[in-house]
Design a protein around this ligand. Structure first.
Ligand SMILES: [Fe+2]
Length: 596
Protein backbone atom coordinates (compact mmCIF):
# COMPACT_ATOMS: atom_id res chain seq x y z
CA UNK A 1 0.00 0.00 0.00
CA UNK A 2 1.34 3.41 -0.98
CA UNK A 3 2.18 5.59 1.99
CA UNK A 4 0.08 8.72 2.28
CA UNK A 5 2.85 11.25 2.62
CA UNK A 6 2.95 14.96 1.92
CA UNK A 7 0.25 17.55 2.48
CA UNK A 8 -2.98 16.95 0.60
CA UNK A 9 -4.01 19.62 -1.90
CA UNK A 10 -6.71 21.69 -0.26
CA UNK A 11 -8.93 24.64 -0.90
CA UNK A 12 -7.12 26.80 1.63
CA UNK A 13 -3.45 27.55 1.63
CA UNK A 14 -1.87 29.10 4.69
CA UNK A 15 1.70 30.08 3.95
CA UNK A 16 3.98 27.90 1.96
CA UNK A 17 4.18 24.19 2.79
CA UNK A 18 7.77 23.21 3.39
CA UNK A 19 9.10 19.74 3.04
CA UNK A 20 6.81 17.33 4.92
CA UNK A 21 8.45 16.22 8.21
CA UNK A 22 8.42 12.60 7.03
CA UNK A 23 9.71 13.50 3.56
CA UNK A 24 11.47 10.57 1.92
CA UNK A 25 13.00 11.21 -1.50
CA UNK A 26 12.59 7.56 -2.54
CA UNK A 27 8.84 7.71 -1.85
CA UNK A 28 8.58 10.27 -4.63
CA UNK A 29 11.14 9.13 -7.15
CA UNK A 30 10.49 5.40 -7.31
CA UNK A 31 7.24 5.53 -9.35
CA UNK A 32 8.05 3.57 -12.55
CA UNK A 33 6.63 4.04 -16.04
CA UNK A 34 3.36 2.14 -16.42
CA UNK A 35 3.88 -1.46 -17.53
CA UNK A 36 1.15 -1.69 -20.17
CA UNK A 37 1.70 -5.45 -20.59
CA UNK A 38 1.37 -6.28 -16.90
CA UNK A 39 -1.58 -8.72 -16.63
CA UNK A 40 -2.95 -6.66 -13.72
CA UNK A 41 -2.84 -3.40 -15.68
CA UNK A 42 -4.26 -5.04 -18.81
CA UNK A 43 -7.18 -6.47 -16.86
CA UNK A 44 -7.91 -3.38 -14.75
CA UNK A 45 -7.63 -0.98 -17.71
CA UNK A 46 -9.73 -3.24 -19.92
CA UNK A 47 -12.55 -3.47 -17.37
CA UNK A 48 -12.51 0.28 -16.66
CA UNK A 49 -12.38 1.12 -20.34
CA UNK A 50 -15.38 -1.12 -21.04
CA UNK A 51 -17.40 0.22 -18.12
CA UNK A 52 -16.65 3.87 -18.89
CA UNK A 53 -17.59 3.37 -22.55
CA UNK A 54 -20.88 1.73 -21.54
CA UNK A 55 -21.70 4.58 -19.19
CA UNK A 56 -20.52 7.12 -21.75
CA UNK A 57 -23.02 5.68 -24.21
CA UNK A 58 -25.98 5.25 -21.85
CA UNK A 59 -25.49 7.84 -19.12
CA UNK A 60 -23.38 10.82 -20.18
CA UNK A 61 -22.02 12.20 -16.92
CA UNK A 62 -21.61 15.62 -18.52
CA UNK A 63 -25.38 16.07 -18.35
CA UNK A 64 -25.31 15.61 -14.56
CA UNK A 65 -22.33 17.94 -14.19
CA UNK A 66 -24.04 20.56 -16.34
CA UNK A 67 -27.21 20.32 -14.21
CA UNK A 68 -25.32 20.67 -10.92
CA UNK A 69 -22.46 23.05 -11.67
CA UNK A 70 -22.73 26.43 -13.36
CA UNK A 71 -20.47 26.95 -16.35
CA UNK A 72 -17.86 29.70 -16.04
CA UNK A 73 -15.82 31.58 -18.57
CA UNK A 74 -12.75 33.44 -17.37
CA UNK A 75 -11.56 36.90 -18.31
CA UNK A 76 -9.02 37.62 -15.51
CA UNK A 77 -6.22 38.19 -18.05
CA UNK A 78 -8.02 40.07 -20.82
CA UNK A 79 -6.75 43.54 -19.87
CA UNK A 80 -3.11 42.53 -19.50
CA UNK A 81 -0.44 43.83 -21.87
CA UNK A 82 0.63 40.25 -22.48
CA UNK A 83 0.09 36.82 -20.99
CA UNK A 84 2.12 33.60 -20.94
CA UNK A 85 0.41 30.22 -21.22
CA UNK A 86 2.04 26.81 -20.70
CA UNK A 87 0.64 23.66 -22.29
CA UNK A 88 1.35 20.09 -21.26
CA UNK A 89 -0.55 16.89 -22.06
CA UNK A 90 -0.35 13.14 -21.40
CA UNK A 91 1.39 13.46 -18.05
CA UNK A 92 1.02 11.52 -14.81
CA UNK A 93 3.17 8.48 -15.58
CA UNK A 94 6.63 7.46 -14.31
CA UNK A 95 8.45 9.83 -11.98
CA UNK A 96 11.50 10.58 -14.13
CA UNK A 97 9.60 11.74 -17.20
CA UNK A 98 6.64 13.37 -15.42
CA UNK A 99 8.81 15.23 -12.93
CA UNK A 100 11.36 16.29 -15.57
CA UNK A 101 8.59 18.13 -17.42
CA UNK A 102 6.89 19.37 -14.22
CA UNK A 103 10.22 20.73 -12.97
CA UNK A 104 10.81 22.61 -16.24
CA UNK A 105 7.28 24.06 -16.11
CA UNK A 106 7.69 25.09 -12.47
CA UNK A 107 10.92 27.08 -12.73
CA UNK A 108 10.45 30.85 -12.84
CA UNK A 109 11.88 30.88 -16.36
CA UNK A 110 13.55 28.79 -19.04
CA UNK A 111 16.36 30.24 -21.13
CA UNK A 112 16.43 28.83 -24.64
CA UNK A 113 18.60 29.55 -27.64
CA UNK A 114 16.74 31.02 -30.60
CA UNK A 115 18.74 31.95 -33.69
CA UNK A 116 21.96 31.87 -31.63
CA UNK A 117 20.49 34.28 -29.10
CA UNK A 118 19.43 33.43 -25.57
CA UNK A 119 15.79 34.18 -24.87
CA UNK A 120 14.13 34.19 -21.48
CA UNK A 121 10.73 32.47 -21.39
CA UNK A 122 8.94 33.01 -18.06
CA UNK A 123 6.65 30.49 -16.42
CA UNK A 124 3.07 30.65 -17.69
CA UNK A 125 0.43 32.74 -15.94
CA UNK A 126 -1.84 29.89 -16.95
CA UNK A 127 -1.03 26.18 -17.19
CA UNK A 128 -3.16 24.06 -19.51
CA UNK A 129 -3.24 20.31 -19.03
CA UNK A 130 -4.47 18.85 -22.29
CA UNK A 131 -5.77 15.40 -21.29
CA UNK A 132 -4.59 12.09 -19.78
CA UNK A 133 -3.46 13.59 -16.49
CA UNK A 134 -3.01 10.11 -15.03
CA UNK A 135 -2.04 6.59 -16.10
CA UNK A 136 -2.90 3.80 -16.45
CA UNK A 137 -6.41 4.74 -15.33
CA UNK A 138 -7.94 7.40 -13.13
CA UNK A 139 -8.16 6.60 -9.42
CA UNK A 140 -7.56 8.67 -6.30
CA UNK A 141 -4.32 6.79 -5.60
CA UNK A 142 -2.90 7.09 -9.12
CA UNK A 143 -3.77 10.80 -9.37
CA UNK A 144 -1.97 11.38 -6.10
CA UNK A 145 1.11 9.33 -6.93
CA UNK A 146 1.55 10.26 -10.58
CA UNK A 147 0.14 13.81 -10.82
CA UNK A 148 -0.16 15.55 -7.45
CA UNK A 149 3.18 14.47 -6.01
CA UNK A 150 5.37 15.52 -8.95
CA UNK A 151 3.59 18.82 -9.53
CA UNK A 152 3.47 19.66 -5.85
CA UNK A 153 7.16 18.83 -5.41
CA UNK A 154 8.04 20.87 -8.52
CA UNK A 155 6.19 23.99 -7.38
CA UNK A 156 5.10 23.63 -3.74
CA UNK A 157 3.63 27.14 -3.63
CA UNK A 158 3.64 30.55 -5.24
CA UNK A 159 3.56 33.99 -3.59
CA UNK A 160 0.17 35.67 -3.11
CA UNK A 161 -0.83 37.64 -6.18
CA UNK A 162 1.33 35.47 -8.44
CA UNK A 163 -0.59 32.20 -8.35
CA UNK A 164 -0.63 30.75 -11.84
CA UNK A 165 -4.00 29.31 -12.83
CA UNK A 166 -4.52 25.72 -13.92
CA UNK A 167 -7.09 24.51 -16.45
CA UNK A 168 -7.47 20.95 -17.70
CA UNK A 169 -9.52 18.93 -20.14
CA UNK A 170 -10.04 15.19 -19.64
CA UNK A 171 -8.51 12.55 -21.89
CA UNK A 172 -9.72 8.96 -22.12
CA UNK A 173 -7.63 7.87 -19.12
CA UNK A 174 -9.30 10.58 -16.98
CA UNK A 175 -12.69 9.24 -18.04
CA UNK A 176 -11.92 5.70 -16.83
CA UNK A 177 -13.39 6.45 -13.39
CA UNK A 178 -16.39 8.28 -14.82
CA UNK A 179 -14.50 11.59 -14.30
CA UNK A 180 -14.73 11.38 -10.48
CA UNK A 181 -11.04 12.05 -9.85
CA UNK A 182 -10.82 14.72 -12.53
CA UNK A 183 -13.76 16.66 -11.05
CA UNK A 184 -12.17 16.55 -7.58
CA UNK A 185 -8.73 17.57 -8.79
CA UNK A 186 -9.62 20.27 -11.29
CA UNK A 187 -13.20 21.48 -10.82
CA UNK A 188 -13.48 22.25 -7.09
CA UNK A 189 -11.04 25.13 -6.67
CA UNK A 190 -8.22 22.94 -5.27
CA UNK A 191 -4.52 23.65 -5.54
CA UNK A 192 -2.05 21.55 -7.46
CA UNK A 193 1.11 22.68 -5.70
CA UNK A 194 1.41 26.40 -6.50
CA UNK A 195 -1.13 26.25 -9.36
CA UNK A 196 -4.75 27.17 -8.57
CA UNK A 197 -7.61 25.44 -10.34
CA UNK A 198 -10.58 27.56 -11.34
CA UNK A 199 -12.82 25.66 -13.74
CA UNK A 200 -16.18 24.22 -12.72
CA UNK A 201 -16.78 21.84 -15.62
CA UNK A 202 -14.50 19.70 -17.81
CA UNK A 203 -14.65 22.39 -20.53
CA UNK A 204 -13.93 26.09 -20.25
CA UNK A 205 -13.27 29.36 -22.03
CA UNK A 206 -10.59 31.94 -21.21
CA UNK A 207 -10.59 35.42 -22.70
CA UNK A 208 -7.00 36.53 -23.30
CA UNK A 209 -5.79 40.04 -24.25
CA UNK A 210 -5.80 41.54 -27.76
CA UNK A 211 -8.76 39.56 -29.07
CA UNK A 212 -7.47 36.07 -28.29
CA UNK A 213 -9.51 33.26 -26.74
CA UNK A 214 -8.51 29.90 -25.36
CA UNK A 215 -11.16 27.17 -25.38
CA UNK A 216 -10.91 23.74 -23.78
CA UNK A 217 -13.30 21.14 -25.19
CA UNK A 218 -14.38 17.83 -23.67
CA UNK A 219 -15.32 15.26 -26.30
CA UNK A 220 -15.65 12.49 -23.68
CA UNK A 221 -15.11 8.90 -24.93
CA UNK A 222 -17.62 9.09 -27.73
CA UNK A 223 -16.04 11.93 -29.74
CA UNK A 224 -18.90 14.36 -29.53
CA UNK A 225 -19.76 17.65 -27.89
CA UNK A 226 -22.87 17.52 -25.72
CA UNK A 227 -25.67 20.06 -25.94
CA UNK A 228 -24.85 21.83 -22.66
CA UNK A 229 -21.30 22.34 -23.88
CA UNK A 230 -22.48 23.70 -27.22
CA UNK A 231 -24.72 26.15 -25.40
CA UNK A 232 -21.83 27.19 -23.14
CA UNK A 233 -19.55 27.99 -26.09
CA UNK A 234 -22.37 29.74 -27.93
CA UNK A 235 -22.98 31.95 -24.91
CA UNK A 236 -19.26 32.61 -24.51
CA UNK A 237 -18.90 33.48 -28.18
CA UNK A 238 -21.47 36.23 -27.76
CA UNK A 239 -18.65 38.25 -26.20
CA UNK A 240 -16.42 37.88 -29.26
CA UNK A 241 -15.65 40.64 -31.72
CA UNK A 242 -15.20 40.21 -35.47
CA UNK A 243 -11.58 39.21 -36.14
CA UNK A 244 -11.03 37.67 -32.67
CA UNK A 245 -8.91 34.50 -32.73
CA UNK A 246 -9.43 31.21 -30.98
CA UNK A 247 -6.93 28.63 -29.76
CA UNK A 248 -8.74 25.32 -29.29
CA UNK A 249 -7.52 22.63 -26.87
CA UNK A 250 -8.84 19.15 -27.67
CA UNK A 251 -7.98 15.75 -26.24
CA UNK A 252 -7.22 14.03 -29.57
CA UNK A 253 -5.54 15.18 -32.82
CA UNK A 254 -8.65 14.79 -34.97
CA UNK A 255 -6.71 16.01 -38.03
CA UNK A 256 -4.43 12.96 -37.98
CA UNK A 257 -7.40 10.61 -37.81
CA UNK A 258 -9.42 12.56 -40.39
CA UNK A 259 -6.50 12.43 -42.83
CA UNK A 260 -6.97 8.68 -43.08
CA UNK A 261 -10.73 8.61 -43.25
CA UNK A 262 -11.82 8.57 -39.61
CA UNK A 263 -13.36 12.04 -39.67
CA UNK A 264 -16.04 11.66 -36.98
CA UNK A 265 -14.22 13.65 -34.28
CA UNK A 266 -12.99 16.25 -36.77
CA UNK A 267 -16.53 16.77 -38.07
CA UNK A 268 -17.87 17.17 -34.55
CA UNK A 269 -15.17 19.67 -33.62
CA UNK A 270 -15.73 21.51 -36.92
CA UNK A 271 -19.18 22.34 -35.59
CA UNK A 272 -17.52 24.80 -33.19
CA UNK A 273 -15.68 26.54 -36.02
CA UNK A 274 -18.51 26.49 -38.54
CA UNK A 275 -21.49 27.25 -36.34
CA UNK A 276 -20.15 29.21 -33.40
CA UNK A 277 -16.78 30.83 -34.12
CA UNK A 278 -17.53 31.79 -37.74
CA UNK A 279 -20.93 33.07 -36.67
CA UNK A 280 -19.11 35.80 -34.71
CA UNK A 281 -16.75 36.42 -37.65
CA UNK A 282 -13.93 35.17 -35.43
CA UNK A 283 -11.21 32.76 -36.57
CA UNK A 284 -9.99 29.40 -35.33
CA UNK A 285 -6.25 29.70 -35.95
CA UNK A 286 -4.62 27.11 -33.71
CA UNK A 287 -5.63 23.71 -32.36
CA UNK A 288 -3.59 21.98 -29.64
CA UNK A 289 -3.84 18.34 -28.69
CA UNK A 290 -2.12 15.53 -26.86
CA UNK A 291 -3.15 11.84 -27.06
CA UNK A 292 -0.22 10.99 -29.35
CA UNK A 293 2.82 11.25 -27.11
CA UNK A 294 5.13 13.15 -29.42
CA UNK A 295 5.51 16.62 -30.88
CA UNK A 296 4.36 17.35 -34.43
CA UNK A 297 3.29 20.61 -36.08
CA UNK A 298 1.14 21.12 -39.18
CA UNK A 299 0.24 24.42 -40.80
CA UNK A 300 -1.60 25.79 -43.83
CA UNK A 301 -0.26 28.27 -46.30
CA UNK A 302 -1.56 31.81 -45.81
CA UNK A 303 -5.11 32.13 -47.04
CA UNK A 304 -6.48 35.20 -48.83
CA UNK A 305 -6.72 37.07 -45.52
CA UNK A 306 -3.11 36.29 -44.64
CA UNK A 307 -4.17 33.74 -42.03
CA UNK A 308 -2.06 30.66 -41.37
CA UNK A 309 -3.70 27.90 -39.36
CA UNK A 310 -1.77 25.58 -37.09
CA UNK A 311 -2.45 22.13 -35.68
CA UNK A 312 -0.05 20.95 -33.01
CA UNK A 313 0.21 17.59 -31.26
CA UNK A 314 2.23 17.88 -28.07
CA UNK A 315 1.60 14.88 -25.82
CA UNK A 316 5.05 14.75 -24.26
CA UNK A 317 4.13 15.42 -20.62
CA UNK A 318 5.48 12.14 -19.23
CA UNK A 319 3.71 9.13 -20.75
CA UNK A 320 5.58 6.64 -22.98
CA UNK A 321 6.86 8.16 -26.23
CA UNK A 322 4.92 7.56 -29.43
CA UNK A 323 6.67 7.32 -32.79
CA UNK A 324 6.41 9.89 -35.58
CA UNK A 325 7.51 7.91 -38.65
CA UNK A 326 3.96 7.11 -39.77
CA UNK A 327 2.62 10.66 -39.56
CA UNK A 328 0.94 11.74 -42.80
CA UNK A 329 2.14 14.68 -44.86
CA UNK A 330 0.42 16.69 -46.22
CA UNK A 331 -3.06 16.46 -44.72
CA UNK A 332 -6.09 17.64 -46.63
CA UNK A 333 -9.05 18.55 -44.44
CA UNK A 334 -12.55 19.64 -45.31
CA UNK A 335 -13.05 22.74 -43.21
CA UNK A 336 -15.63 25.47 -43.60
CA UNK A 337 -16.77 24.24 -47.00
CA UNK A 338 -13.27 24.16 -48.50
CA UNK A 339 -10.29 21.82 -48.58
CA UNK A 340 -7.40 23.11 -46.53
CA UNK A 341 -3.96 21.59 -47.00
CA UNK A 342 -1.77 21.28 -43.91
CA UNK A 343 1.92 20.49 -44.29
CA UNK A 344 4.05 19.02 -41.53
CA UNK A 345 7.09 20.72 -40.07
CA UNK A 346 10.04 18.40 -40.65
CA UNK A 347 11.16 18.93 -37.07
CA UNK A 348 9.39 16.52 -34.74
CA UNK A 349 10.16 14.93 -31.41
CA UNK A 350 11.26 12.20 -31.69
CA UNK A 351 12.28 12.66 -35.32
CA UNK A 352 11.23 10.00 -37.82
CA UNK A 353 14.58 8.19 -37.97
CA UNK A 354 14.89 8.00 -34.18
CA UNK A 355 11.27 6.87 -34.03
CA UNK A 356 12.13 3.87 -36.26
CA UNK A 357 15.35 3.17 -34.39
CA UNK A 358 13.53 3.08 -31.05
CA UNK A 359 11.39 0.19 -32.26
CA UNK A 360 14.35 -2.22 -32.23
CA UNK A 361 14.54 -1.89 -28.48
CA UNK A 362 11.48 -4.12 -28.47
CA UNK A 363 13.85 -7.07 -28.88
CA UNK A 364 14.36 -6.65 -25.11
CA UNK A 365 10.61 -7.02 -24.54
CA UNK A 366 10.76 -9.94 -22.03
CA UNK A 367 13.08 -8.00 -19.71
CA UNK A 368 10.73 -5.00 -19.60
CA UNK A 369 7.61 -7.10 -19.07
CA UNK A 370 8.52 -9.99 -16.80
CA UNK A 371 4.98 -11.06 -15.84
CA UNK A 372 3.84 -11.10 -19.46
CA UNK A 373 6.94 -13.08 -20.44
CA UNK A 374 6.08 -15.57 -17.67
CA UNK A 375 2.62 -16.08 -19.18
CA UNK A 376 4.21 -16.64 -22.59
CA UNK A 377 6.58 -19.19 -21.04
CA UNK A 378 3.63 -21.02 -19.47
CA UNK A 379 1.81 -21.10 -22.80
CA UNK A 380 4.88 -22.41 -24.63
CA UNK A 381 5.24 -25.17 -22.04
CA UNK A 382 1.57 -26.24 -22.25
CA UNK A 383 1.68 -26.24 -26.06
CA UNK A 384 4.98 -28.17 -26.06
CA UNK A 385 3.58 -30.81 -23.70
CA UNK A 386 0.53 -31.20 -25.94
CA UNK A 387 2.77 -31.65 -29.00
CA UNK A 388 5.05 -34.08 -27.12
CA UNK A 389 1.99 -36.04 -26.05
CA UNK A 390 0.98 -36.23 -29.71
CA UNK A 391 4.34 -37.85 -30.51
CA UNK A 392 6.04 -34.91 -32.24
CA UNK A 393 9.26 -35.12 -30.21
CA UNK A 394 9.75 -38.77 -31.10
CA UNK A 395 9.71 -37.81 -34.75
CA UNK A 396 11.90 -34.71 -34.35
CA UNK A 397 14.68 -36.60 -32.58
CA UNK A 398 15.25 -38.68 -35.70
CA UNK A 399 15.88 -35.60 -37.87
CA UNK A 400 19.47 -34.25 -37.76
CA UNK A 401 19.90 -30.62 -36.70
CA UNK A 402 20.67 -29.19 -40.14
CA UNK A 403 19.25 -26.10 -41.82
CA UNK A 404 18.23 -28.14 -44.87
CA UNK A 405 15.75 -30.08 -42.71
CA UNK A 406 13.88 -27.00 -41.51
CA UNK A 407 10.99 -27.23 -43.99
CA UNK A 408 10.46 -30.91 -43.12
CA UNK A 409 10.44 -30.09 -39.41
CA UNK A 410 7.93 -27.27 -39.82
CA UNK A 411 5.66 -29.48 -41.91
CA UNK A 412 5.86 -32.09 -39.16
CA UNK A 413 4.75 -29.46 -36.63
CA UNK A 414 1.74 -28.54 -38.80
CA UNK A 415 0.74 -32.19 -39.14
CA UNK A 416 1.33 -32.80 -35.43
CA UNK A 417 -0.85 -29.81 -34.55
CA UNK A 418 -3.78 -30.77 -36.73
CA UNK A 419 -3.79 -34.45 -35.84
CA UNK A 420 -3.91 -34.10 -32.07
CA UNK A 421 -6.80 -32.50 -30.20
CA UNK A 422 -4.89 -30.74 -27.41
CA UNK A 423 -2.19 -29.48 -29.73
CA UNK A 424 -4.86 -28.16 -32.07
CA UNK A 425 -6.67 -26.40 -29.20
CA UNK A 426 -3.46 -24.64 -28.16
CA UNK A 427 -2.78 -23.65 -31.76
CA UNK A 428 -6.34 -22.30 -32.06
CA UNK A 429 -5.86 -20.40 -28.78
CA UNK A 430 -2.62 -18.90 -30.08
CA UNK A 431 -4.10 -17.87 -33.40
CA UNK A 432 -7.24 -16.48 -31.72
CA UNK A 433 -5.12 -14.48 -29.28
CA UNK A 434 -2.79 -13.07 -31.91
CA UNK A 435 -5.72 -12.30 -34.20
CA UNK A 436 -7.58 -10.31 -31.55
CA UNK A 437 -4.37 -8.60 -30.43
CA UNK A 438 -3.42 -7.45 -33.96
CA UNK A 439 -4.17 -3.75 -34.37
CA UNK A 440 -3.91 -2.55 -37.97
CA UNK A 441 -4.08 1.08 -36.71
CA UNK A 442 -4.50 2.25 -40.25
CA UNK A 443 -5.29 5.75 -38.99
CA UNK A 444 -1.60 6.30 -38.41
CA UNK A 445 -0.51 5.32 -41.88
CA UNK A 446 -2.78 6.82 -44.52
CA UNK A 447 -1.83 5.94 -48.05
CA UNK A 448 -0.57 2.53 -46.98
CA UNK A 449 -2.71 -0.29 -48.31
CA UNK A 450 -4.53 -1.56 -45.28
CA UNK A 451 -3.32 -5.00 -44.25
CA UNK A 452 -6.23 -6.94 -42.70
CA UNK A 453 -6.10 -7.96 -39.07
CA UNK A 454 -6.16 -11.63 -40.15
CA UNK A 455 -2.70 -11.42 -41.74
CA UNK A 456 -1.27 -9.70 -38.70
CA UNK A 457 -2.55 -12.53 -36.48
CA UNK A 458 -1.34 -15.21 -38.87
CA UNK A 459 2.16 -13.70 -39.19
CA UNK A 460 2.41 -13.39 -35.41
CA UNK A 461 1.28 -17.00 -34.88
CA UNK A 462 3.71 -18.20 -37.55
CA UNK A 463 6.61 -16.45 -35.80
CA UNK A 464 5.82 -18.11 -32.47
CA UNK A 465 5.24 -21.47 -34.18
CA UNK A 466 8.62 -21.28 -35.89
CA UNK A 467 10.40 -20.48 -32.65
CA UNK A 468 8.54 -23.22 -30.77
CA UNK A 469 9.33 -25.93 -33.31
CA UNK A 470 13.00 -24.90 -33.47
CA UNK A 471 13.13 -25.03 -29.69
CA UNK A 472 11.55 -28.50 -29.55
CA UNK A 473 13.73 -29.80 -32.34
CA UNK A 474 16.86 -28.64 -30.53
CA UNK A 475 15.66 -29.94 -27.15
CA UNK A 476 14.71 -33.33 -28.58
CA UNK A 477 18.43 -33.74 -29.30
CA UNK A 478 19.85 -32.10 -26.19
CA UNK A 479 17.64 -32.66 -23.16
CA UNK A 480 16.49 -36.26 -23.35
CA UNK A 481 12.77 -35.56 -23.06
CA UNK A 482 11.93 -39.26 -23.15
CA UNK A 483 13.80 -40.37 -20.08
CA UNK A 484 11.13 -41.82 -17.74
CA UNK A 485 12.25 -39.99 -14.62
CA UNK A 486 11.11 -36.80 -12.89
CA UNK A 487 14.45 -34.93 -13.04
CA UNK A 488 14.52 -35.28 -16.83
CA UNK A 489 10.89 -34.21 -17.13
CA UNK A 490 11.51 -31.22 -14.86
CA UNK A 491 14.62 -30.26 -16.78
CA UNK A 492 12.72 -30.41 -20.06
CA UNK A 493 9.74 -28.44 -18.68
CA UNK A 494 11.89 -25.77 -17.06
CA UNK A 495 13.95 -25.33 -20.21
CA UNK A 496 10.83 -24.90 -22.36
CA UNK A 497 9.32 -22.48 -19.83
CA UNK A 498 12.42 -20.26 -19.62
CA UNK A 499 13.16 -20.41 -23.35
CA UNK A 500 9.47 -19.69 -24.03
CA UNK A 501 9.44 -16.72 -21.67
CA UNK A 502 12.65 -15.17 -23.00
CA UNK A 503 12.60 -16.33 -26.62
CA UNK A 504 8.82 -16.02 -26.96
CA UNK A 505 9.10 -12.51 -25.48
CA UNK A 506 11.77 -11.59 -28.01
CA UNK A 507 9.56 -12.95 -30.81
CA UNK A 508 6.67 -10.87 -29.44
CA UNK A 509 8.83 -7.70 -29.42
CA UNK A 510 10.15 -8.32 -32.93
CA UNK A 511 6.59 -8.86 -34.17
CA UNK A 512 5.56 -5.48 -32.68
CA UNK A 513 8.45 -3.70 -34.40
CA UNK A 514 8.19 -5.41 -37.79
CA UNK A 515 4.42 -5.15 -38.04
CA UNK A 516 4.66 -1.45 -37.22
CA UNK A 517 7.46 -0.72 -39.68
CA UNK A 518 6.10 -2.79 -42.55
CA UNK A 519 2.35 -2.46 -42.22
CA UNK A 520 1.55 0.36 -39.79
CA UNK A 521 0.25 -2.07 -37.14
CA UNK A 522 0.40 -1.35 -33.40
CA UNK A 523 0.92 2.41 -33.43
CA UNK A 524 0.38 2.34 -29.66
CA UNK A 525 1.55 -1.11 -28.49
CA UNK A 526 4.88 -1.01 -30.37
CA UNK A 527 5.76 2.11 -28.34
CA UNK A 528 3.95 1.52 -25.04
CA UNK A 529 6.01 -1.70 -24.80
CA UNK A 530 9.16 0.46 -24.72
CA UNK A 531 8.00 2.50 -21.71
CA UNK A 532 10.05 5.35 -23.18
CA UNK A 533 10.74 8.17 -20.71
CA UNK A 534 12.78 10.39 -23.07
CA UNK A 535 11.79 12.80 -25.87
CA UNK A 536 9.35 14.82 -23.74
CA UNK A 537 7.79 18.12 -24.77
CA UNK A 538 5.61 21.04 -23.69
CA UNK A 539 4.60 24.41 -25.11
CA UNK A 540 5.27 27.89 -23.79
CA UNK A 541 2.99 30.44 -25.44
CA UNK A 542 3.00 34.25 -25.40
CA UNK A 543 0.03 36.41 -26.35
CA UNK A 544 0.79 40.10 -26.78
CA UNK A 545 -0.32 42.94 -29.00
CA UNK A 546 2.00 41.58 -31.71
CA UNK A 547 0.05 38.32 -31.72
CA UNK A 548 0.67 34.72 -30.69
CA UNK A 549 4.07 33.06 -30.37
CA UNK A 550 4.34 29.35 -29.54
CA UNK A 551 7.66 28.00 -28.30
CA UNK A 552 7.67 24.18 -28.55
CA UNK A 553 10.17 23.02 -25.94
CA UNK A 554 11.70 19.56 -25.89
CA UNK A 555 13.75 17.38 -23.58
CA UNK A 556 15.79 14.76 -25.41
CA UNK A 557 16.43 12.99 -22.13
CA UNK A 558 14.59 12.93 -18.83
CA UNK A 559 16.58 13.24 -15.63
CA UNK A 560 17.17 10.02 -13.69
CA UNK A 561 19.08 11.15 -10.62
CA UNK A 562 17.41 13.38 -8.06
CA UNK A 563 18.30 15.14 -4.84
CA UNK A 564 16.35 16.78 -2.09
CA UNK A 565 16.56 20.56 -2.42
CA UNK A 566 17.63 21.95 0.98
CA UNK A 567 16.69 25.44 -0.22
CA UNK A 568 13.06 24.62 -1.00
CA UNK A 569 10.42 27.27 -0.43
CA UNK A 570 8.27 29.64 -2.44
CA UNK A 571 8.90 29.12 -6.14
CA UNK A 572 11.51 26.49 -5.26
CA UNK A 573 11.16 22.81 -5.98
CA UNK A 574 11.44 20.22 -3.21
CA UNK A 575 13.41 17.93 -5.50
CA UNK A 576 16.09 18.96 -8.02
CA UNK A 577 17.87 17.19 -10.88
CA UNK A 578 21.23 15.79 -9.81
CA UNK A 579 22.47 14.04 -12.93
CA UNK A 580 22.72 15.41 -16.45
CA UNK A 581 20.36 18.28 -15.63
CA UNK A 582 17.38 19.55 -17.58
CA UNK A 583 17.76 22.12 -20.36
CA UNK A 584 14.77 22.26 -22.68
CA UNK A 585 15.52 23.25 -26.29
CA UNK A 586 13.37 24.78 -29.01
CA UNK A 587 12.09 21.88 -31.15
CA UNK A 588 11.01 24.13 -34.03
CA UNK A 589 9.75 27.63 -34.68
CA UNK A 590 8.92 29.75 -32.81
CA UNK A 591 5.46 29.43 -34.36
CA UNK A 592 3.95 32.88 -34.85
CA UNK A 593 0.51 34.20 -35.67
CA UNK A 594 0.68 37.97 -35.97
CA UNK A 595 -2.23 40.18 -35.04
CA UNK A 596 -3.84 41.87 -38.04
FE1 LIG B 1 -2.14 9.61 -23.52
Amino acid sequence: MEKNKGPAPGHKRDGCPGLPPDFDLADYTRTPMTDWFSPKVLLATGVRSLLSKLFAAYADRRATIAALRPAKSFDDWKDRDHVWVDYVADLGDGWNSTYSVAWCLAQPNQVVEIDSKKEDLPRGDILIMGGDQVYPYASAEEYKKRLVRPYQAALPCTPPGEHPALFAIPGNHDWYDGLQGFMRRFCQGAWLGGWKTKQTRPYWSIQLPHGWWLWGVDTQLVDYIDQAQVEFFRKTAAGMQAGDRVILCVAQPSWIFAAAGDAKLHRNLAFLENEIIADRKALLVTTLSGDLHHFAHYKTKNDVNGITRHKITCGGGGAFTHGTHHLPNPIKLDEQGQTRTYTRDEKQLPDASESKRLLWKNSLFPFRHLAFAGILGGFYLAFALALANGGLLGKLVSIPLEVGNLAQVFWMYIKGTFSHLWAFLFFALMFGGTYFFAQPDWRSKPGLKRVPKFWGGLAHSAMHSLFLVLLLWALSHWVEPFAPDWPSAMKFSLTVFIAGAVGGGVVFGIYLSLSNLLAGFHRTEAFSALRGANNKSFLRIKISKQGLVIYPLGLKESERIWKENPDSGENKSWISPDGKGLSPYLICGPIEVKNL
